[in-house]
Design a protein around this ligand. Structure first.
Ligand code: BTN
Length: 319
C-alpha cells in the first residue's frame, strides 16, 4: 500500500493500468489498495475518467537521510516511522530497550498523539511534524529547570526560518500566532530527576495541514500562515540545529541565561490572565518568568510564582 502511495506522492495523474504494471497487480487490486489508503490514512484521492488517480495535493514524505544531510545540523540518529501511537511513547520505549541517547523519533502519523493535560494531539498522515528528541540528563534538577521553555525558543527560530511572521510563546510552551496554536510541546521524563534521567522533548508543529475537524481549539499551520507547502525534512533539520544550540546554552548557563530572551518572545507579557490549576482560578497580571521558568504573576499586588505541567493560562479579557 505504501509503495502505491510513493507512486502517487508527486500529485500527478497516474492511470490504474500504469499503477498496476508498476506494482505487478491487477487494476482491481489497485482500486482496493486505493480505498484502503483513503480509509487508513485519511487521504483524498481524486479519480478522473480517462486520466486516472491523483492525490488531492502532492506529498513530501519524511526522509532520515535528507534530514541528516544538512551539515549544519547535529549528527543525532533519526528514526522515521510510518504510523505509530506516539513519537514520545516510541522514544521512551526505545531507550528502555537500550537505544543510546540522543536520538530523534519522527512519524508520518500518530494514532494516539499525546498533548498536555491528557489531551490528544491531532496527527494526520504526512501533513505535520511529530517529533521527539530523547536526551540523557545527568546534571540533576538544574538541567531540567526551564527546559520546556527553552524548547519553545528553538521551535520559534525554526518557524521564523520558514517565513512565519508574528509567532510567539504562551507560557509554558505553546507556540501561537495571535490566538491560534501553531505548535505544542510536551516533555516526559523517566528515571531520577535528581540524578540521572531520560527526558523526551516532544514537539508537534502544524505544517501543511489545511483543514481539521478534529481540533477543538483555535489553530493554524505553516501553510495557512505563508500560503506555501513546506518541506518537513528541512524544517526538522533546522529544528535539530536550533535545539542543539539552545540546549548547549541551557546546559552551560541554566535557564537564567535565556530568561530575558524568553520574556521578549512571550505574547502575554504584561497581560491580565486567569491561571487555572484544577478547580482553582487565579487572576493576575503576567510579570514574566523566574530563573526556574516558573510563571510570575502579580496577584492583588503581590508577586507569586507558579510552576507545573497541569497549569493552564487564559486571557482575562479575550477579544
Ligand atoms: C500540547 O498539548 O500543546 C503538546 C502537544 C505535543 C505533541 C507532540 S507531537 C510529537 C510528540 N509525540 C506526542 O505524542 N506528543 C508530542
Amino acid at each position: 500500500m505504501l509503495t502505491l502511495l510513493k507512486l502517487l506522492k508527486d500529485g500527478r495523474f497516474h492511470s490504474g493500468e500504469a499503477l498496476g504494471a508498476a506494482l505487478g497487480i491487477s487494476r482491481s487490486a489497485v482500486w482496493k489498495q486505493l480505498q484502503q489508503l483513503q480509509a487508513e490514512l485519511d487521504l483524498t484521492i481524486h479519480k478522473v475518467r480517462g486520466r486516472g488517480y491523483q492525490l488531492a495535493h502532492p506529498l513530501l514524505l519524511l526522509d532520515a537521510d535528507e534530514i541528516r544531510s544538512d551539515v549544519r545540523s547535529p549528527a543525532w540518529p533519526v528514526h522515521v516511522f510510518e504510523c505509530i501511537d506516539s513519537t514520545n511513547a516510541k522514544a521512551l520505549e526505545m531507550v528502555g530497550a537500550g537505544e543510546q541517547a540522543p536520538f530523534v523519533v519522527l512519524a508520518e502519523k500518530q494514532s494516539a498523539g499525546r498533548g498536555r493535560r491528557g489531551r490528544v494531539w491531532s496527527s494526520p498522515y504526512a501533513d505535520n511534524v511529530y517529533y521527539s528528541l530523547l536526551l540523557r540528563i545527568e546534571g540533576g534538577m538544574r538541567q531540567l529547570e526551564g527546559l520546556s521553555l527553552v524548547v519553545g525558543l528553538a521551535v520559534l527560530d525554526a518557524l521564523s526560518e520558514q517565513g512565519v511572521k508574528g509567532a510567539g510563546l504562551k507560557w509554558p510552551n505553546d507556540v501561537l500566532v495571535g490566538s491560534r496554536k501553531l505548535a505544542g510541546i510536551l516533555l516526559e521524563l523517566v528515571g531520577d530527576p535528581a540524578d540521572v534521567c531520560h527526558v523526551v522533548l516532544g514537539i508537534g508543529i502544524n505544517v501543511n495541514m489545511r483543514t481539521s475537524a478534529a481540533i477543538d481549539q483555535q489553530w493554524t499551520s505553516l501553510w495557512l500562515e505563508t500560503g506555501e507547502q513546506h518541506d518537513r525534512n528541512r524544517l526538522v533539520s533546522s529544528l535539530n540545529r536550533h535545539l542543539e544550540a539552545y540546549l548547549h546554552q541551557h546546559a552551560a548557563g541554566g535557564f537564567s541565561a535565556l530568561q530575558a530572551q524568553w520574556e521578549q518572545r512571550h505574547l502575554w507579557q504584561g497581560k491580565n490572565v486567569v491561571l487555572i490549576a484544577g478547580n482553582q482560578h487565579i487572576e493576575g497580571q503576567v510579570l514574566g518568568v523566574d530563573r526556574q521558568g516558573a510563571l510570575r504573576l502579580s496577584v492583588g499586588g503581590v508577586e507569586k510564582s507558579f510552576n507545573g505541567g497541569e497549569l493552564s493560562l487564559r486571557l482575562a479579557n479575550p477579544r
